[in-house]
Design a protein around this ligand. Structure first.
Ligand code: ADP
Ligand code: MG
Length: 252
């Protein structure tokens, strides 16, 4: 058993007075990789946003413990500082702020200290090389005019440089071509192996998981985690779809 990093107890979440998550329990240990699967609209992204503290997602009940401390009343900034990172399904475009200055500011906020330009640039260039990103993206406005694949790579670049304790990746592989999936996966593998980071990977596709170690798989249906298993559960879902889980839900 590894040390506990995140513990969600009986978490219920609503959006605009509509109840979405119902008594969700989930524990993630230090260095563990968890995969969250489930049909569209099940509430997977809602869980990611609620963990990050997005104000549109209201915690009605339950608690979120990060390193044994309740965080459900903390701001998203505070949570990021504590070491939680969320990669968005649809990353925002930010005109007027370059990728490089955005990254440097985020890292300084996270670490609570100034980092030297030279050291920062060197670290950024190494990470960009790993992700096969052209260096000139560093001086472009964040995500403006980036292709889907480039936006996702920019998210993984942020993760590698911020070195969070827990990274939540929401459909980071959706809409990517084969090469981009491989590259993004290489970035996640670096985080998993060399930074010993913990992961909650929300995904529909298993291509991104091929080179990654998966410790646990969870299935979410109708705002509830209905099944938890090992990596083998992913193959089962691939073969049989979510139908059997939906049937189980109806019988309850
Ligand atoms: P998933 O990521 O599993 O596809 P979501 O968490 O995005 O599911 O959505 C779960 C449910 O919550 C859906 O019915 C969706 O319409 C609703 N929902 C999520 N976010 C919002 C929002 N900001 N406003 C209104 N409804 C939302
Ligand atoms: Mg989603």
């Amino acid at each position: 058993m590894s040390d506990q990093l995140l513990k969600i107890n009986e978490l219920s979440v609503s959006v605009k007075d509509k109840s979405i998550l119902h008594s969700v329990n989930l524990s993630i240990g230090v260095g563990e990789t968890h995969v969250l699967m489930g049909p569209n609209g099940a509430g997977k992204s809602t869980l990611g946003y609620a963990l990050m503290g997005n104000l549109s997602y209201h915690v009605d009940d339950g608690e979120i413990l990060f390193e044994n401390k309740p965080i459900q009343n903390e701001t998203p900034d505070k949570r990021a500082k504590e070491g939680i990172f969320l990669s968005f399904q649809n990353p925002l475009e930010v005109p007027g702020i370059t990728l490089s200055s955005f990254l440097r500011t985020s890292i300084q906020q996270r670490r609570g200290e100034r980092i030297r330009v030279f050291a920062f640039k060197k670290e950024m260039e190494q990470a960009m090389e790993l992700l096969s990103m052209d260096k000139f993206y560093a001086d472009r406005d964040l995500n403006v005019g980036f292709s889907g694949g480039e936006k996702k790579k920019a998210e993984i670049l942020q993760m590698l440089m911020l070195k969070p304790k827990l990274a939540i990746l929401d459909e980071t592989d959706s809409g990517l071509d084969v090469d981009a999936v491989r590259t993004v996966s290489k970035g996640i593998e670096e985080y998993q192996k060399n930074q010993q980071g913990s992961l909650l990977i929300i995904t529909h596709s298993t291509r991104i998981l091929e080179s990654l170690r998966v410790d646990y798989t969870h299935v979410m249906v109708d705002g509830k985690i209905v099944c938890t298993g090992s990596a083998a559960l992913i193959d089962e879902i691939n073969q049989n779809g979510f139908e059997s889980f939906l049937d189980q839900m109806q019988q309850k």
